[in-house]
Design a protein around this ligand. Structure first.
Ligand code: PHE
Length: 458
């Protein structure tokens, strides 16, 4: 069956779309990745570079994806073809699919870690574990435990997608996303009342510009793409469900603001706690899984704070896995529509689940140290993570910016960015066009060349 006007799935409310997009954006990237990258790259200095990246690239690219989705009413597979009337941009949809599968492979694994930690928190396991480092090493070395929880995450996500988008994704996001924001604010207030919390706040907010190297800029840009879910077409898919009357500029601004607020709140929760209890802020990925449980044990309500924190982490992760899997499901139904064996939503969900079981399974095996799946110092998790956020996502974002900036007619962009106020709309469209035509492509290329130059020159 072709996806035409009447069968095209759609969210029923503007708030639903915003909550789903914020749910996608706010995820492990904000709560787990942002604090440790910031911790490793010098705190406040990184924060400033990150904010500049968000404004310069993040916001316009979010708008770019929404424009492509809303205008075409198609998934990533059909969107470029629908808007360009030829197949010249089709490779971009495959690039997006590849990156989406890579990200899902490790994202479900880490979501599994979160679920496993939530189970531990509920059973009060951190108070009896005398070595939390070993506790984490035990989890990341256990194939059965990791695969059990990753599978749980996959099945739950698939269950939500089993329903139509407005009954499953929209309804759940409207509950979970506000709940997540509320829980984050409560935790930040609790942590700020700890003694010595000002040292952590100073570390997070004081800017040391000598720490800003090209590597830091590249990782800030990668983090910005990852955190805003840019460059995979996930937001093209959500854009295709956007109610026709929704204003793209205002929606994108709200998503960017809320996503950045959560990343900053995560830093506000984590760093003061880290300093108050004398830990090292540059712990790496283990920050959330080793340092935080240790901190909770020393706080006044250990059980409640760890359950609250890991619930929050799980909610953040699941609303993101939903958007990732939805992008693939929509891709499959779109790609097979009108063919001999078109896939309906349910079979597309089942196929996606099968592919994920294999790809996450390989990723989990590799993390447990299986030799034939480790390459030098790198396991599949590191490889998928680096290739997708530092290469594929910026590359496809670059291509999407060129696509919208140079192939869509100006009138189409003006129409999509219409806010209801004529002068304002044309100013926004003008600035937007300059950014996606020149600034975004040049900046992404410059950062790439710089990286390659440093690789060669050393
Ligand atoms: N934005 C999510 C996060 O911050 C990750 C994600 C990336 C989700 C790309 C969807 C698409 O964790």
């Amino acid at each position: 069956m072709h996806k035409d006007e009447s069968t095209n799935p759609s969210f029923t409310s503007k708030v639903g779309l915003i909550m789903a997009a914020v749910g996608s954006a706010v995820g492990l990237g904000n709560i787990w990745k942002f604090p440790y990258i910031a911790g490793e790259s010098g705190g406040g200095a990184f924060l400033i570079v990150y904010l500049v990246c968000v404004l310069l690239f993040g916001l316009p690219l979010l708008m770019t994806e929404f424009i492509i989705g809303k205008r075409s009413e198609k998934s990533v597979y059909g969107a470029f073809r629908a808007l360009s009337r030829n197949n010249r941009w089709q490779w971009l949809s495959w690039l997006c699919l590849l990156a989406t599968i890579m990200i899902m492979s490790f994202y479900f694994m880490v979501t599994g870690w979160c679920l496993s930690y939530l189970a531990d928190a509920l059973m009060n396991a951190f108070s009896t574990a005398n070595d939390l480092e070993a506790h984490f090493a035990h989890l990341s070395g256990s194939f059965p435990r990791m695969s059990f929880f990753a599978l749980l995450a996959i099945i739950f996500t698939a269950f939500v997608l089993w329903f139509d988008v407005n009954k499953g994704i929209e309804r759940l996001s409207k509950i979970l996303t506000p709940l997540l924001l509320l829980m984050m604010i409560i935790m930040a207030v609790v942590v700020l009342m700890l003694p010595n919390s000002n040292i952590g706040m100073r570390f997070f907010f004081d800017a040391d510009f000598s720490k800003i190297t090209p590597q830091v800029i590249l990782s800030a840009m990668g983090q910005c793409f990852f955190s805003l879910s840019i460059g995979l077409g996930v937001l093209i898919t959500y854009g295709s469900y956007m109610p026709k009357k929704q204003d793209i500029t205002a929606t994108s601004l709200q998503v960017v603001l809320l996503d950045t607020l959560v990343a900053v709140l995560a830093g506000v929760i984590i760093f003061p706690a880290v300093f108050a209890f004398g830990f090292d802020p540059a712990e790496g990925p283990e920050l959330v899984f080793v340092v935080l449980p240790a901190i909770f044990e020393q706080m006044s309500l250990p059980w409640l704070s760890s359950v609250l924190f890991f619930t929050l982490l799980c909610i953040a992760a699941i609303t993101s896995t939903i958007s990732l899997m939805e992008a693939m499901v929509a891709f499959l139904t779109d790609a097979t529509a009108g063919r001999k064996h078109p896939l309906n939503r349910h079979s597309a969900v089942l196929i996606t689940v099968l592919i994920l079981i294999i790809s996450s399974g390989l990723c989990i095996l590799s993390v447990t140290g299986v030799k034939w799946l480790t390459f030098g110092n790198w396991n599949l998790f590191d490889i998928f993570d680096k290739i997708s956020s530092c290469l594929l996502m910026p590359l496809s974002a670059l291509a999407m910016a060129l696509f919208v900036g140079w192939t869509l007619p100006k009138s189409a962009i003006q129409q999509e960015l219409h806010t209801g106020h004529k002068r304002l709309s044309s100013t926004i469209a003008f600035v937007f066009m300059q950014i996606v035509r020149y600034l975004v492509p040049l900046a992404i290329l410059a950062i790439f060349f710089n990286e390659v130059y440093h690789l060669i020159v050393g």
